[in-house]
Design a protein around this ligand. Structure first.
Ligand SMILES: Nc1ncnc2c1ncn2[C@@H]1O[C@H](COP(=O)(O)OP(=O)(O)O)[C@@H](O)[C@H]1O
Ligand SMILES: [Mg+2]
Length: 332
């Protein structure tokens, strides 16, 4: 559960010699995850997805509260929390020591946490290798001998060693070829089903997230602008930004590069007005004045569908055409 999490980076202008400035990156994020849910986080580059992921992992300070499996995340508690939450990142090569053998790499979390005897640890390594679809004989190989997809499987294996409740996958398939990425997605789904693992899947690609996730939060400029079930977001996107993201999706999943991210998006001062207004097709005069709140627009009895837009999804039905029809298989 993520309650009211905000985050700022202290930056200095002029190559480090300028005035210290606090740069707000996350603005009061609230996400209540269900047990063993696959939750997607999407948005263009620079909107704060990685910062939120790193906050949940306890790698950086944050305001607000994050609870995982009933325990509050805190930088000082990282050790304890490592057994509850683990991460898989975009570039597997950079997170694995090239000198060591795969077996050694997988065993390391257990050694660090002093779990089990040597024999038990080796048994666990074999078990996890099988779980991620690699033969146990791989434990004697080194990273350089593996393909990109196999490296990512090893990373997922490392994340699984301590039997976490939650894995955060931050652009975990973005560096891979489309078909290899799809296999890794299937592995995540498989692990979720077999182990009851909760997953936060971070990506700039709404199509991938839709394919894998139960619910999705769309982020823009440090705020959640829309949150709902994958099906609702895909078939009836209510925020103009979500619609922009969907329109940018080409026919084949996984082939759209990360959108460049608009640096000017950070310009409006906090709380001044709708942050998306200056890029919005449906902009009205009130959008420049009133900062919109996140409100639930779902009909009574339906799962919540929250939108941060004064139009409250009125644009969703008016001009929606066939191009919004889902192309992938329905989730769940
Ligand atoms: N260590 C840092 N110091 C200062 N600013 C940072 C740092 N890391 C990220 N940022 C800024 O925070 C914003 C959000 O970054 P990030 O969370 O990486 O976004 P995303 O993962 O969605 O691309 C960006 O504007 C980025 O420039
Ligand atoms: Mg990122």
């Amino acid at each position: 559960m993520i309650r009211d999490v905000s985050n700022t980076y202290v930056t200095r202008a002029y190559g480090g010699f300028g005035r210290k400035e606090k740069k707000p990156v996350l603005d009061h994020i609230n996400i209540e995850m269900k047990p063993a849910e696959i939750f997607g986080l999407v948005g263009e580059s620079g909107c704060g997805k990685t910062t939120l992921g790193r906050s949940v992992l306890g790698l950086i300070d944050h305001e607000g509260e994050i609870y995982i499996d009933g325990l509050r995340q805190d930088k000082s508690r990282r050790w304890e929390m490592a057994r509850k939450v683990q991460a898989v990142f975009q570039d597997p090569s950079s997170s694995l020591n090239p000198v060591k053998r795969i077996g050694w790499l997988l065993e390391e979390p257990l050694r660090i946490h002093r779990i089990g005897s040597r024999q038990e640890r080796i048994k666990r390594v074999d078990e996890v290798l099988r779980m991620v679809g690699l033969d146990p004989s791989y434990k004697t190989r080194r990273i350089a001998e593996l393909s990109g997809g196999q490296k990512q499987r090893v990373c997922i294996g490392c994340a699984l060693m301590l039997e976490p409740k939650l894995i955060i996958a931050d652009e975990a398939t973005s560096a891979l070829d489309v078909s290899v990425g799809a296999q890794i997605l299937n592995l995540f789904r498989d692990l979720h089903e077999r182990l009851g693992l909760a997953l936060v899947f971070i990506s700039h690609n709404l199509n991938l997230v839709y394919y894998l996730c139960d619910r999705i939060a769309v982020m823009y400029n440090g705020q959640i602008v829309e949150l709902g079930t994958a099906r609702t977001l895909y078939s009836a996107p209510a925020h103009p930004y979500t619609r922009t993201l969907l329109e940018a999706i080409p026919e084949i999943a996984g082939e759209n590069p990360e959108p460049p991210g608009d640096e000017t998006q950070r310009e409006p001062a906090e709380g001044e007005c709708c942050r998306f207004a200056f890029r919005c097709r449906w902009r009205e005069s009130r959008c420049g004045i009133t900062p919109p709140e996140l409100v639930n627009i779902a009909p009574p009895g339906e799962p919540p569908h929250e939108v941060r837009c004064v139009l409250k999804g009125l644009t969703a039905n008016s001009t929606r055409s066939g191009i919004f029809a889902p192309t992938g298989p329905a989730p769940g």
